[in-house]
Design a protein around this ligand. Structure first.
Ligand code: NOJ
Length: 742
């Protein structure tokens, strides 16, 4: 007899089933309702309670609890930070000793791979390759599901326009459209065909909402934002995740216009569960219910619990506010039990969908754990995704690709031999024995060159071995410098006020540059950095983010031309911190700068151009692409019509390569001022040298729509500008058309 049927019969109250066949016919909602009727109020509140295991990922709450005791009494619905077949089995067994034997959900931050470390999400976003991104999430899910996990706290779909904010590394960058596409790809990758497969885990769209706009880029900070900005820019990736069927949402630490997101009914009840009809559940962020006290929005934990449940937070991660107070609050009629029932239903539904009532141990199988974690395919896919994520920012005189033999290459810099830094932040387990450093990658990709090495300095500038580095560079034909951030300089609670290269790395670069040797700089980081001297003086600059375990091999493939770089920046690289927040999707203003030499009384800085160092969408290839022959199907369309825009893309260089062609639109006159351009579509196209393909984009009224002052989604009649190009600042084709009323 299956577990759920067993407890129905055991309790004697409602022995509803005669056997498994009958039970199977009942819908999940009916099974949830039957179970709910059996539960005491304490057990219901227990389902809303989540504790962390020993790998803590937030500040530890002083109120120590005997977790196992609570689990055995049915007072815990989920554990985070418990993983591995052995541990999850042991703890699940304790849950199954509880009166109703409701299985636990095991969850963890599986952000960019579990055992196989993939590039950080921001890096993957630079691939603009939805299949690569989906497959990376799918492998992460497979590995997570093989170690007893049911649920990952990913994807982070926060739009990130402030590179000071350490968490930009975890998202898809600054753009609403690209972010929405990536949110969909990641949700599909994690959740597979449908929940319940042993190669899928529940995904979690976080952090709802607007966390990416934390003031001054400082983590956990307030957000003050108009509805116009919220709806046009920050909400769509969440909506895309919901539409893709994401099983859960996580709310966020920030306030939104004075009200903490966790206690925010507008976000969670009106928008998410109301307007969007979302049926999954919302978990709080770590301690965010309790933190409403420190925000000055709740008097104490009891008040915080009241406000959070009313606002639609279903599960309490580590605040212990629900388990501590909700039962009494319901008994005292301060909280309606219907709110608790609704939250419990949402959580139980997911446990049924995962098949945990049929077999609570179905994700905890030792043979599968061994097999999946050692699948050699995963490494190869990680390498492929890593090379697709690399962005070639500059390549003067075609210094790259490097010759494969006969050269002496000096590899210099603190990240040349580093392994841990390549893995990046936010990984469940670091295993540097599985990581290939850049130095090793270069050697194994090509053994015929001669390699020299010098560290020069460490990341923070405490070591001074400049002399040796200069001497090494002098002996070489070409220098490859590996510079950047250490793995723990971006991520949660890793905001930086100064995002230039840390330590003495710029100084080291300048010293090597003074030797006159040609230099390829490989930058590794979890965010856009500012590196003016390097950008201006190095012959070639490769942005390699934190690429994961296969990073060294992937970079080597790019440097030697075994892979022709195809990444494009998913986020703007500013010239200076003073320009932040900076996005390509800015506004004309009433006083636009038309000529950079004429900025008097214009919206400009007197000490810096408005333009970024590297624009959103920028990324070079070893080949060149020509755009031509633009055709539009009409110069006027009605709202129910689709405009077709086509053009010819030709590979005019020597190498096969991929180009990300980008479609931007502008609504120049509208009932609210609209951005100068907005990405509305893109395609990643592979062309052999000399080949030409015709590319077509379709523009329907959805692509022309926005939220008007009444917050209605409308496409307003009038002219629209079409811009097609290789980057947001490299538009190759222009056109326009009119949208007519009828
Ligand atoms: C806090 C982070 O904001 C969130 O993204 C993460 O999922 C939780 N901690 C759990 O580790």
């Amino acid at each position: 007899m299956r577990n759920i049927d067993r407890f129905f019969c055991l309790t004697l109250t409602v022995c509803l089933t005669a056997g498994a066949a009958k039970a199977q016919k009942r819908t999940i909602d009916q099974r949830v309702d039957s179970l709910l009727r059996l539960m005491t109020l304490e057990e219901k509140v227990g389902q809303l309670n989540q504790y962390s295991g020993k790998d803590v990922t937030g500040p530890v709450n002083a109120n120590n609890t005997n977790q196992l005791n609570d689990i055995s009494k049915g007072l815990v619905g989920s554990m985070l930070n418990v993983r591995g077949v052995k541990d999850t089995r042991q703890i699940q067994a304790v849950a199954l000793r509880s009166r109703l034997k409701i299985p636990l959900l095991f969850s963890m931050d599986v952000i960019h791979g579990y055992r196989t470390v993939f590039p950080i999400p921001l890096a993957e976003a630079a691939s603009w390759d939805m299949e690569a991104i989906r497959s990376s999430a799918h492998i992460a899910a497979k590995e997570a599901a093989a170690v007893g996990l049911h649920w990952t706290f990913a994807p982070m779909v926060d739009v990130g326009r402030d590179p000071r904010w350490g968490r930009v590394m975890e998202g898809a960058g600054e753009d609403t459209y690209l972010g929405s596409m990536i949110a969909t790809a990641r949700v599909k990758g994690f959740q597979g065909e449908k929940l319940g497969g042993t190669d899928a885990v529940m995904a979690c769209a976080k952090h709802f909402a607007a966390y990416g706009a934390a003031m001054a880029g400082r983590d956990y900070n307030a957000v003050d934002m108009s509805d116009n900005m919220l709806w046009q820019t920050y909400l769509p990736p969440f909506k895309a995740a919901a539409d893709a069927g994401v099983a859960t949402f996580m709310n966020s630490f920030n306030t939104l216009n004075g009200i903490p997101a966790t206690g925010n009914s507008y976000l969670q009840r009106d928008i998410l569960k109301g307007k969007w009809g979302y049926k999954g559940f919302v978990v709080s962020d770590w301690g965010s219910i309790g933190e409403m006290v420190a925000w000055g929005y709740a008097a104490n934990n009891e008040d915080a619990a009241t406000k959070a449940i009313i606002a639609g937070s279903d599960m309490d991660m580590e605040s212990k506010a629900y388990i501590g107070h909700l039962t009494q609050l319901v008994k005292d009629k301060k909280v309606d039990v219907k709110l608790v029932d609704d939250a419990v239903r949402r959580i139980l539904r997911k446990k049924f969908e995962l098949g945990l009532f049929e077999d609570p141990y179905r994700f905890s199988n030792e043979a599968r754990e061994r097999e999946v974690l050692n699948d050699p395919q995963h490494k190869l896919i990680a390498r492929d995704v890593a090379q697709r994520s690399i962005v070639l920012l500059k390549n003067q005189n075609e210094l790259l690709p490097l010759a494969k033999s006969g050269k002496t290459i000096a590899v210099i810099g603190p990240l040349a031999k580093s392994k841990r830094d390549l893995e990046g932040n936010w990984i469940p387990l670091s295993d540097t024995t599985r990581v290939t450093s850049l130095y090793e990658g270069l050697q194994s990709t090509d053994g015929k060159n001669r390699y020299l090495y010098a560290k020069g300095t460490d990341i923070m500038g405490r070591e001074d071995a400049f002399e040796e580095a200069i001497a090494t560079a002098k002996k070489a034909d070409v220098v490859v410098m590996a510079l950047g951030e250490s793995w723990d300089m971006s991520g949660e609670a890793k905001s930086r006020a100064d995002i230039s290269l840390p330590g003495r790395q710029t100084e080291l670069f300048n010293a090597i540059s003074a030797t006159g040797k040609p230099i390829v700089v490989v930058l590794m980081a979890g965010r856009p950095l500012i590196f003016e001297d390097i950008a201006n003086k190095a012959q070639s600059v490769v942005y390699a983010w934190w690429l994961g375990a296969e990073g060294g091999n992937a970079i080597a493939n790019v440097l030697f031309g075994d892979y022709n770089p195809s990444g494009k920046l998913p986020v703007t690289f500013p010239r200076s911190v003073g320009q932040i927040p900076l996005s390509y999707a800015g506004y004309s203003t009433g006083r636009p700068v038309k000529n950079p030499r004429d900025i008097k009384y214009k919206s400009a800085y007197i000490d810096l151009p408005n333009t970024p160092k590297y624009a959103f969408g920028h990324g070079l290839s070893y080949t060149t692409f020509k755009y031509g022959n633009l055709k539009i199907s009409d110069t006027k369309i009605k709202k129910n019509q689709v405009l077709q825009v086509s053009f010819d893309l030709s590979n005019t260089g020597k190498y096969s390569g991929e180009e990300v062609v980008q479609l931007y639109l502008q609504d120049p006159i509208a009932s609210v001022a609209r951005p100068l351009k907005e990405l509305k579509d893109f395609q990643k196209v592979m062309l052999k040298a000399g080949e030409t393909k015709t590319i077509t984009f379709k523009i329907d009224s959805d692509k022309l729509s926005f939220y008007d002052p009444q917050m209605k989604w409308v496409a307003e009649p009038g002219n629209f500008n079409i811009m097609i190009g290789s980057a947001s600042d490299d538009i190759r084709l222009n056109s326009s058309f009119e949208l007519t009323d009828k």
